[in-house]
Design a protein around this ligand. Structure first.
Ligand code: NAP
Length: 308
C-alpha cells in the first residue's frame, strides 16, 4: 500500500488483514500509524525517495499517494516486475464535465495533464488521467483503476461530510446554501477496501467507479438527526460555496452522478448511508469530537439564520 496509513488506505489495509494478507505500507510516516502486523516502510514521493522499496516482492501494489505522472512513473520503475498487479486509486474527477447523469466507466475522460504546480479542480482530474494512462501502458492487463467519488466513513477527519453529520445530529434550524435535493453518492471507505481486495483476488483489470448509493444532502442531514434523536428544519440561505463543504453548483449535479454497476458486480458492497453515518457518529464521539476546520462556526451560521 503506497499510502496505507491515510484515510482510504487504512480501510484497504483493514480489509486486507481480514483476508489474511501480508501487508506493507509505504509513506512518510506522517499521517498516523499502521495496525500491528503491517510492515511500515518510510520514504517520500515528493523527493523521489523510494529506497525503502528497493527489495521485496508483492502480489499487488495499491497506489494511494500518486497525483502526478512522475510519482507513478518513479514507483513503477522501482517496483517493476516485483509486483503482480498495480492498482491505481484514481478519482471520478477524471471524467469530462457536463456528462449526462449515470455514466459508466466508458464515459470520456478529460485531457491528460502530466504535471501541475498545484492540484485544483482544474488540474487534479487531468493529472489523474495521465497517471491512469501511464499505469495502463506499463502494466497492461495487470493494471486496475479504481475511481472513487467522495469517500467517507469512520476515520474521515477531513470534515467535509462530518460537518453535515454533526450539524444534523445537533438538530434545530440548519442553514442550507443549496437545494435539499442536491445529489450525493458518498462511498463508505470500507466498501472501497472490500472492492480493491476483491479486484486483486480476482485479478481484474480495467476501471471501476467506486461510488455509493444515491442520496441527497437533505437525507444525510436528516439521517444524522434521526440517529441522534433530534429534529431539523432545513432553512435555505444564499449560496456561499466557499464556507459550506460538499455544496456543488446545480449545473454540475447531473455530471457528477456515476454508475457503480460494474464495481458492484465485481464485489463492491453497498453499505447503507444510515449505517455509514451511525458509524461515523460513534467514531467521532470516541475521539472526543474535536473542532472542525471546515464549514461555518455555529455563530456564523446563526448570523445567516437570523436573516431568514
Ligand atoms: N478521500 C476521498 O474522498 C477520495 C476521493 C477520490 C479519490 N481519492 C484518492 O484516494 C487516495 C487516498 O486519499 P485519502 O483521502 O486517503 O488521502 P490521505 O488520507 O491524505 O492519505 C494520503 C496518503 O499518502 C501518503 N503520502 C502523502 N504524501 C506522501 C509522500 N510525499 N510520500 C509518500 N507518501 C505520501 C500519506 O502518508 P504520510 O502523510 O505519512 O506520508 C497517506 O498515507 C488519493 O489518491 C486520492 O486522490 C480520495
Amino acid at each position: 500500500m503506497l499510502g496505507g496509513n491515510g484515510f482510504v488506505g487504512r480501510a484497504i489495509v483493514a480489509d486486507a488483514l481480514a483476508q489474511g494478507a501480508e501487508v506493507t505500507s509505504f509513506s512518510r510516516g506522517q499521517s498516523g500509524s499502521v495496525p500491528a502486523g503491517v510492515t511500515e516502510l518510510i520514504g517520500d514521493r515528493s523527493t523521489g525517495d523510494y529506497s525503502a522499496l528497493g527489495s521485496g516482492e508483492w502480489d499487488a501494489v495499491v497506489d494511494l499517494s500518486a497525483f502526478r505522472t512522475r510519482e507513478v512513473d518513479q514507483a513503477m520503475e522501482v517496483l517493476g516486475d516485483r509486483v503482480g498487479r498495480y492498482v491505481f486509486v484514481s478519482s471520478h474527477a477524471v471524467y469530462e464535465r457536463g456528462l449526462p447523469p449515470g455514466t459508466d466507466e466508458t464515459a470520456p475522460r478529460r485531457e491528460p495533464m502530466r504535471d501541475a504546480d498545484e492540484l485544483t479542480n482544474d488540474t487534479y482530474g487531468p493529472c489523474k488521467v495521465a497517471c491512469e494512462d501511464d499505469v495502463v501502458e506499463r502494466y497492461g492487463a495487470r493494471a486496475t483503476l479504481v475511481r472513487p467519488g467522495k469517500v467517507t466513513g469512520p476515520g474521515d477527519s477531513s470534515g467535509t461530510v462530518l460537518y453535515w453529520i454533526r450539524r444534523g445530529a445537533r438538530g434545530g434550524r440548519v442553514a442550507l446554501p443549496t437545494k435539499p435535493e442536491q445529489p450525493l453518492q458518498l462511498i463508505d471507505s470500507r466498501d472501497v477496501g472490500r472492492l480493491v481486495m476483491q479486484l486483486i483476488a480476482d485479478e481484474r483489470d480495467g476501471a471501476f467507479n467506486a461510488v455509493g448509493p444515491e442520496s441527497t444532502l437533505a437525507e444525510l442531514i436528516e439521517v444524522a438527526a434521526e440517529l441522534a434523536g433530534t429534529t431539523v428544519e432545513l432553512v435555505p440561505v444564499p449560496a456561499d460555496a466557499t464556507r459550506f463543504p460538499l455544496v456543488e453548483p446545480e449545473t454540475e449535479w447531473n455530471g457528477r452522478r456515476r454508475n457503480p454497476a460494474k464495481a458492484r458486480a465485481a464485489g463492491m458492497p453497498v453499505t447503507p448511508l444510515r449505517q455509514t453515518v451511525a458509524d461515523i457518529l460513534t467514531w467521532d464521539e470516541t475521539r472526543g469530537t474535536p473542532a472542525l476546520t471546515i464549514g461555518p462556526t455555529a455563530e456564523q451560521e446563526n448570523q445567516l439564520l437570523a436573516q431568514r
